[in-house]
Design a protein around this ligand. Structure first.
Ligand SMILES: [Zn+2]
Ligand SMILES: [Zn+2]
Length: 316
């Protein structure tokens, strides 16, 4: 296990080295200059930037995942509950997806997601972000084009933890307070069996409580370089899409680092949709780690790790 982690760290270093050498080429210098000007402009860096990163990251992860869940070779990785989807007995995951889409048509789910990505709330969010984040993050004049590898890794891990803790709170409060559940979060829970494109089928207030505020808190506490901030936001949104894919597959878990300790499996959030579709006493609120659910007693599984799905599988 230690050797896998060591190879992973060495791999990261090589990628970082490659990015640095691209920067020092002529085209790289021009890009670096544009990037420097981008960072110096708060409206671009903290207004347009996060909104564009969210939309791009979502599209490049959700669309391929949506294609993958339809492929015959991926069917064996789809999460099912109490039944085996391969039996094709009408109660496997494809049938469960169909039932959810009878309740909320796919076009309506896509419309809801598009609204979250580029609707009035996204535009207002971008403006607020452009105005607020320069106060949240201390402006550093003449900062380096890229963060140091150490600060990139440390800030990324810390932001993941802070963001997921904020998401845990913003999510849990909406299950605990009936008013918030009724008017905001229950909208997302219409999706008993979600698919990747429906990840952002979410009320604007819910998106603010589970998305914008935890991310801003992570930025505030870690004061990251813009590159690190964008990387965190992009991977966070990508992970949200994976968590709504219903796919528990070893190579996706490797790519998304869900194989690392304390990380939440895709089944963690999938079983939240399946079994915590109500206000009060729900389980599995976190999305990136199982730590917060474990500490605060809301973990569905008895063990810490990627085994929540195993328990869910037994539920008929
Ligand atoms: Zn929920
Ligand atoms: Zn969800």
């Amino acid at each position: 296990m230690i050797s896998i982690h060591l190879h992973f760290i060495i791999g990261i270093y090589h990628i970082y080295d490659l990015i640095c050498s691209i920067w020092s080429s002529k085209a790289g210098m021009l890009t670096a200059d544009m990037w420097r000007q981008w960072m110096a402009n708060p409206s671009l860096c903290w207004g347009v930037g996060p909104v564009a990163v969210v939309a791009t990251a979502f599209i490049i992860t959700a669309l391929p995942l949506e294609w993958l869940i339809r492929q015959p070779f991926m069917q064996k990785y789809l999460i099912t509950y109490g039944v085996d989807s391969k039996k094709n007995d009408g109660i496997g995951r494809p049938a469960a997806i169909r039932r959810t889409q009878e309740k909320v048509p796919l076009t309506e789910q896509v419309k809801g997601t598009a609204l979250t990505l580029a609707g009035p709330a996204a535009i207002v969010g971008g403006v607020i972000s452009a105005l607020a984040i320069p106060f949240v993050i201390t402006y550093v004049a003449d900062q380096p084009i890229l963060p140091s590898l150490g600060s990139f890794l440390f800030s990324t891990v810390a932001m993941k933890l802070i963001d997921d803790f904020g998401l845990y709170l913003g999510h849990r409060v909406q299950h605990e307070v009936p008013f918030l559940w009724k008017h905001f979060h229950s909208h997302h829970h219409k999706l008993t069996t979600p698919t990747p494109v429906s990840t952002l089928y979410i009320d604007a207030t819910d998106a603010m409580l589970q998305g914008s505020l935890p991310i801003i808190a992570a930025l505030f506490f870690m004061q990251p370089h813009p590159f690190t901030a964008y990387f965190h936001i992009a991977t966070r949104i990508g992970e949200n899409a994976v968590n709504h894919s219903g796919l528990e597959c070893w190579w996706i878990d490797v790519l998304t680092l869900k194989v690392l300790p304390f990380r939440a499996s895709a089944g963690h959030h999938d079983s939240h949709h399946r079994f915590s579709n109500y206000s009060g006493n729900a389980k599995n609120f976190g999305e990136m780690f199982v730590i917060w659910d474990w500490i605060f007693g809301s973990l569905r599984s008895k063990t810490v790790g990627n085994s929540n799905h195993s328990e869910a599988k037994k539920v008929k």
